[in-house]
Design a protein around this ligand. Structure first.
Ligand code: PGA
Length: 241
């Protein structure tokens, strides 16, 4: 039985006072479900300090090295030392804007796992790739190359169609379920992961009013959520609270 997980990806948003307000509202409401949040890297310590115990804190990216001459990078072992529990790797914004390659992402996944962080590995196709019938080829390549040599129960997959991220357009539950089913069967056939036990999250315009239907699909184990995770009321709404 896989659990349902909601992860907030705050991207480059939230001021320190937004963070204080978020957790004040959460504490006032008595919300006690397990929740994961990835704030900007420079706010990780703040979250670890103020978030209640049911919140796990993680980073949005990390380096493929733990130490050395890598100005501006984020060390996975330092994330662990700080109290982070997970890291998001391969978000489509990292792939598209920062040109992160399959090989680089594979090194990052391995180094993060070695550093005892859980990894949320993101995959997703563009609208053009979907419309030209390349979904399976694109996702298959992302999974195969990004997870090459990876055999760990600490990997979570996030399927985020690029055309649904931040656009207000969500994949329908049927579209998302069909792709999640493909991803799970690909994991079983082509990777060393335990496909049945691996959580596969959906991401892309998940909101309180569509979360329940998406998360109740057989192969959708929760969500990676940007916009709707920024305000406490809307974040808790993703849990139906
Ligand atoms: P969104 O972002 O929920 O704002 O579409 C999701 C993500 O990029 O992880």
């Amino acid at each position: 039985m896989r659990k349902t997980l909601v992860v907030g990806n705050w991207k480059m948003n939230q001021s320190l006072s937004d963070i204080t307000n978020f957790f004040n509202s959460v504490k006032e409401s008595g919300f006690s479900d397990e929740a994961w949040i990835a704030p900007q890297a420079l706010h990780l310590s703040k979250l670890i300090e103020v978030a209640p115990k049911n919140f796990k804190t993680g980073a949005q990216n990390c380096s493929y090295e733990n130490t050395g001459a890598f100005t501006g990078e984020i060390s996975p072992s330092s994330l662990k030392e700080l109290g982070c529990e997970f890291v998001i790797i391969g978000h489509s914004e990292r792939r598209a804007i920062f040109k992160e390659t399959h090989d680089e992402l594979n090194l990052k996944v391995k180094k993060a796992l070695e550093s005892h962080l859980k990894v949320i590995f993101c995959i997703g196709e563009t609208l053009e790739e979907r419309e030209s019938g390349k979904i399976e080829a694109v996702l298959g390549e992302q999974l195969k190359k990004g997870l090459e040599g990876v055999n760990s129960s600490d990997v979570i997959i996030a399927y985020e169609p690029v055309w649904a991220i931040g656009t207000g357009v969500t994949a329908t539950p049927a579209q998302a379920q069909e792709t999640h089913e493909f991803v799970r069967s690909f994991l079983a056939k082509e990777t060393a992961l335990n496909a049945e036990a691996t959580l596969i999250l959906y991401g892309g315009s998940v909101k309180p009013d569509n979360a329940k239907e998406l998360f109740s699909c057989a192969d959708i184990d929760g969500g990676l959520v940007g916009g709707a995770s920024l305000k406490a009321e809307s974040f808790m709404g993703l849990y139906g609270k």
